[in-house]
Design a protein around this ligand. Structure first.
Ligand code: SAM
Length: 388
């Protein structure tokens, strides 16, 4: 197991090796992202207050009333247009520059993952099912401009989408999730342990696990539990399994659709997810909540983490996550954040009084309250859930 850091990110036996020039291009992309997040994004509010809102008021005799009106008005302002074009362009550059370095060494990465799978002393497992259909909400667009999404395979036993996800997640969030990119899992698991001190889970399910970066910290909090992680996409699961074995963590990775899994009723004590909800659809979300209810033992707990709901945000703050819907191939973000999620949880079969919304304090991210990166309020993770 090797754990040197690459620009603040932990390396392992399945990691890609980037050249000096590749790293240099990656850090350039990251520095532009930092500039946008720290210097240009906060100025959107000032632009709105000084120019956009007064102009709208002169034309309509009122302020913009919702995020759609704010977006339409903001996107006519030259500063916002420049911010938007730069943000979109650097997003595409990030994927191209990382994919280029990974494609160059793809045969070696496939072999590294295979070698881990062949180890006799494996801690966990990988179970792929080619009959699992990638849902249309995953395949219709390249989600957040990730070419080919999570599922596309370009070679046999492909791991490209997983290796690319690991590197781009770290670059995109500017290392804010910590060296293992696991702040969401750490934060949710620690919060869960405090909130449900009597729950001693035997089995935990992580839905939409991608490479398991948020899955692994659940075992730090609950070392005696069996950790199961599912995703519809094979290349991310292959990479995630190799990564998790290399980091010495026992996880059972399975290719399954979270809307309809093949686990028996009442198989788990926790059913959790980390930023899965905003990448699904209205119907899928309802199916995932119903499936979570079916899979929980009585007393078990469902926890789904994502960006904050719009109801406690001003329309100008909603504009930042809403931008991703229109310019970054994230079709469901605004629809999700406008839903009455506790009501959707109740429709899935959970009892009123056992349903909650809360914020899990981030374990690694230190930022002033109200700071945003993309659609995420840094410092707290929104959680919706229920106890069965
Ligand atoms: C934003 S990523 C999740 C990131 C990861 N959980 C983390 O903590 O960084 C969304 C993942 O959900 C998967 N996914 C989407 N719909 C799914 C479904 N119905 N069932 C299982 N996985 C799904 C995608 O393949 C993708 O890997």
């Amino acid at each position: 197991m090797s754990q040197q850091a690459l620009g603040g990110q932990v390396r392992h036996d399945a990691s890609p090796d980037f050249t000096h020039d590749e790293k240099s291009r990656q850090f350039f992309v990251q520095s532009v992202k930092v500039h946008i997040a720290k210097e240009l994004q906060p100025a959107q509010k000032a632009v709105y207050e000084a120019r956009v809102e007064p102009k709208f008021r002169r034309e309509h005799n009122r302020s913009p009333e919702n995020v759609h009106e704010v977006r339409t008005a903001m996107m006519r302002d030259p500063f916002t247009q420049m911010w938007s074009a730069l943000k979109r362009d650097v997003q595409e550059q990030m994927f191209y520059t990382v994919a280029e370095g990974i494609e160059r060494q793809l045969p070696a990465l496939v072999e590294k993952a295979k070698a881990v799978r062949a180890r006799p002393d494996k801690l966990g497992s990988l179970s792929l099912d080619p009959s699992v259909r990638v849902p249309r909400y995953n395949s219709a667009v390249d989600i957040h401009c990730k070419p080919g999404g999570y599922h596309t395979e370009v070679v046999e036993d492909d791991v490209l989408a997983g290796a690319e996800f690991e590197r781009t997640l770290n670059l995109h969030l500017m290392g804010l999730l910590g060296p293992h990119d696991d702040d969401m899992g750490q934060s949710l698991a620690r919060w869960a342990k405090r909130k449900f001190p009597g729950l001693k889970p035997k089995r935990i399910l992580d839905m939409g696990c991608t490479i398991g970066n948020s899955t692994l910290p659940w075992l730090d909090e609950y070392p005696d539990a069996e950790m199961v992680a599912i995703d519809v996409s094979a290349p991310v699961l292959r990479y995630g399994h190799a990564r998790s074995e290399s980091l010495g963590t026992p996880v059972q990775f399975m290719q399954m659709d979270a809307e309809h899994t093949s686990f028996p009723d009442q198989s788990f004590d926790f059913v959790v997810s980390h930023i899965l909800m905003h990448e699904t659809s209205n119907r899928a979300l309802r199916n995932i909540f119903r499936e979570s209810h079916r899979l929980l033992r009585p007393g078990g707990v469902m926890l789904h983490l994502d960006g904050p709901q719009y109801h406690d945000m001003a329309p100008i703050d909603q504009f930042i996550p809403d931008w991703d819907v229109h310019y970054n191939n994230e079709p469901f973000i605004t629809t999700l954040h406008q839903l009455d999620l506790p009501a959707v949880v109740e429709e899935a079969g959970f009892e009123q009084g056992k349903i909650f919304e809360d914020f899990a304090p981030s374990q690694t991210v230190k930022s002033p309250p109200g700071g945003y990166v993309g659609n995420r309020r840094i410092g707290n993770w929104y959680v919706v859930g229920a106890q069965k």
